[in-house]
Structure formats: structure tokens, C-alpha cells
Design a protein around this ligand. Structure first.
Ligand code: GLP
Length: 247
């Protein structure tokens, strides 16, 4: 492991996505072993899947953990297999033996989106805040669904998805036009308040975004650059995602 900045960011690079997931899972497991009722933030997308798979093989008991998903598409029918509620249920809650009632996902069909966002923020606060937030990164630097231009002060709210994000995520849907145009996402301020951020990325397609997030200017034009300011961030990368970083 090498340290980019001793006070802020640790960087852990592994030969494969699978090994990256195992290393990241160890960090999550260590937290839960010390704090069985820890509060986790959960990312979706393909990046954290090796972490969840490795964690499922770990002996750690996650039944007392509370969790908050980062985001949810707006407008998919409840139970749609690509809704993040369904994805979290299938890839996280069931294999990890989490308690379904303790796992929260933003409402993708809110009657009042403003209130729904506020209620999600309140629930995170009532749980004592997020101890460890798992993050992926979009190829355009988004975290959660906070697209380029999102305010660092943003809170949980409904956002319009960037076309690039809709194209990136079209692989999960039958047709590109089926990708929702909007999502409810934790805001950048919400994410930043987590006590520990854990970002996982693998594959050559993330190399440019990782380089910009870690070494580019801290700017709302590239949301993941906010990680440079966080007091505790752990990055788990495979060698392809890390390939554009100077050694
Ligand atoms: C998705 C999610 C993000 C995720 C990112 C990367 O759209 N909203 O939380 O981190 O985009 O996705 P993937 O890991 O599949 O590349």
C-alpha cells in the first residue's frame, strides 16, 4: 500500500478486480468486526460487485448493520430488476445476510421529491451518520448520481442524468431509451459527511477518471475531485484503473 497524503488518502492497487474487491472487503469487515452496528453507505453499479462478493465469503456478521444506498432511478416500477432497490437486495442484502429493514434505498417514485430527499437525509442523521461510504466512480467523474456541475453543498435530491451516464448504463437495460432520465441521489455534501470514504474502481475505462479525481483540480466540474478534501478516503484500484497515475 502506498500513501498519497498521510492525513487524507490511502491508495491500494491490486493486479485484478477480484483481488481489489477482496482487499476492499477486508476494510469493510474490519469495521464491522469492531462495530457490529456500523452504518454503511452502499454503491451500486459494477465497481463494488467484487467487494460484495468477497464480503459474502467473509465470516463477518452484517445482521446488525444499517445501510443507506447512494441513489435510485426515478420512475422504474417497484421491483424492476434494474432498480437499485432490486440490485441492492440481490447483490448485497441477500448474499451478505443483512437485515432488510435496516437497508434503505431512496424512493424512486416519490410523491413529493423534496420531502422524500429530506426524509432520507433525516434517516441518515437519525442513524448517527454514515461510518463508511462505499463509492464507485462514473467515467465522467460522477459519484452517486452527482453529475459534473453538481454543487459540493448538494443534498439528497432528484437530478437529471448526464447523457454519458445514460449511455454507460444502457448495458443494463434492454434498450438505451429505457434508461431513466432522472435519479434520486445522496448529495455531495451528504457523501462528504461520511466518516470514511472507500472508492473502488477497476478497468482501463476508469483510468482517466481516477487520474483526474486524484490529481486534477478540485472542482464541481468533476465531482469525484471532492475526495481530495476528505479527511479519510481509501482507494482500491486494480492496476488498469491505476494505470495513468504516476508511480
Ligand atoms: C452508476 C452509479 C454510481 C456508480 C457509477 C459507476 O451510474 N450511480 O453509483 O458508481 O455509475 O458505475 P459502474 O461501477 O458500473 O462503472
Amino acid at each position: 500500500m502506498s500513501t498519497v497524503d498521510e492525513t487524507r488518502m490511502t491508495l491500494s492497487i491490486h493486479p485484478s478486480a477480484e483481488q481489489t474487491g477482496e482487499a476492499a472487503a477486508s476494510e469493510v469487515a474490519a469495521l464491522v468486526q469492531c462495530h457490529p452496528a456500523a452504518v454503511l453507505g452502499l454503491a451500486t453499479g459494477s465497481s463494488p460487485l467484487p467487494l460484495y462478493e468477497a464480503l459474502a465469503k467473509n465470516e463477518v456478521d452484517l445482521a446488525a448493520v444499517t445501510a443507506f444506498a447512494l441513489d435510485e432511478y426515478i420512475g422504474l416500477p417497484p421491483g424492476h430488476p434494474q432498480s437499485y432497490a432490486a440490485v441492492i437486495g440481490h447483490h448485497v442484502v441477500e448474499p451478505l445476510g443483512m437485515t432488510p429493514g435496516r437497508v434503505h434505498v431512496p424512493d424512486g417514485n416519490p410523491r413529493d421529491e423534496h420531502r422524500s430527499g429530506e426524509a432520507y437525509e433525516a434517516a441518515i442523521g437519525a442513524a448517527g451518520g454514515i461510518d463508511l461510504q462505499i463509492l464507485g466512480i462514473g467515467s465522467n467523474g460522477h459519484i452517486g448520481f452527482n453529475e459534473p456541475g453538481a454543487a459540493f453543498s448538494s443534498r439528497t435530491r432528484v437530478v437529471r442524468l448526464a447523457e454519458r451516464t445514460r449511455q454507460d448504463n444502457a448495458r443494463f437495460f434492454a434498450a438505451p431509451e429505457d434508461v431513466p432520465t432522472h435519479a434520486m441521489t445522496q448529495g455531495l455534501a451528504t457523501i462528504f459527511e461520511a466518516r470514511h470514504l472507500l472508492l473502488i474502481a477497476h478497468g482501463r475505462g476508469k483510468a482517466t477518471a481516477i487520474k483526474r479525481a486524484l490529481t486534477g483540480p478540485v472542482t464541481e466540474d468533476f465531482p469525484a475531485s471532492l475526495l481530495q478534501l476528505h479527511p479519510r478516503t481509501s482507494l482500491f484500484l486494480d492496476s488498469e484503473a491505476a494505470s495513468l497515475l504516476e508511480s
